[in-house]
Design a protein around this ligand. Structure first.
Ligand SMILES: CCCCCCCCCC(=O)SCCNC(=O)CCNC(=O)[C@H](O)C(C)(C)COP(=O)(O)OP(=O)(O)OC[C@H]1O[C@@H](n2cnc3c(N)ncnc32)[C@H](O)[C@@H]1OP(=O)(O)O
Length: 199
């Protein structure tokens, strides 16, 4: 059985499910429960998974109202998404403030470099979308200057830099609130021929 696009009330219910699932994921990462308790919880989760998996919603199309709900960075319906809330800056560019969690760990106590790349990739793409230059990442170059901490706010920003035909570039970075730069990214995005004109 397949659902139509979720209604507003289903969407609200999904948000609650996702928030609870994020809490579950954090608990799984940190749990010190004994073997028996872990096995019992796993059995309950297996049953819950089967119930949710019994009905699937259709995949989203680019540009439809809820097309980013499953997105791994900003998706309201995706428990894996931190999620990042992106602010569009008046002078152009985008900004997101984020507190990463132990779920995003790479080296002990620090955020995984791939998570930083994922977040900055999305932010660069959003900065390009904001100026009508939406596209897919063709290359992404990361420079890691200092470890990204979790449990404390980190500020990510990005902006469009230039275009040549279907190719566009954007720069971005993650910094501590005092401006100390931790990670820098530059990306080339290409607008495929099938992309909608305005994103
Ligand atoms: C508002 C909401 C915003 C949401 C933001 C979302 C951000 C998330 C971004 C992503 O994560 S996207 C997912 C990861 N990326 C991909 O899956 C892309 C996979 N690759 C492709 O689909 C195609 O390779 C691509 C669309 C990027 C390019 O295919 P095309 O067939 O359009 O390229 P084509 O071969 O015609 O080349 C066009 C130009 O780009 C150049 N080019 C292509 N791929 C390149 C590459 N990888 N690196 C450098 N240059 C490249 C190519 O040389 C050429 O240059 P010139 O015009 O100067 O001759």
């Amino acid at each position: 059985m397949t659902l139509e696009a979720p209604s507003a009330s289903t969407y609200t219910a999904l948000l609650a499910l996702v928030a609870q699932t994020r809490a579950l994921m954090d608990a799984v990462v940190a749990t010190g429960a004994d073997d028996e308790e872990i096995a019992a919880v796993t059995e309950e989760l297996r049953a819950l998974t089967e119930r949710l998996d019994a009905v699937r919603r259709p995949p989203a199309e680019v540009g439809e109202p809820r097309w980013l709900m499953g997105n791994a960075v900003v998706g309201a319906a995706n428990p894996f998404a931190p999620p990042i809330e992106i602010e569009y800056l008046p002078g152009g560019g985008v900004r997101a403030e984020q507190v990463f969690r132990p779920l995003h760990e790479g080296p002990p106590g620090l955020v995984h470099g791939g998570v930083s790349a994922m977040v900055l990739d999305h932010l660069l793409g959003t900065a390009l979308g904001a100026v009508g230059r939406g596209g897919l990442t063709a290359s992404l170059t990361m420079t890691y200057r200092a470890p990204v901490p979790f449990g404390t706010p980190v500020v990510a920003t990005a902006e469009y830099t230039r275009s040549e035909g279907r190719k566009s570039w954007a720069d971005g970075r993650m910094a501590l609130p005092d401006g100390t730069v931790l990670v820098e990214a530059t990306g080339l995005f290409i607008t495929p021929s099938w992309f909608p004109g305005e994103l």
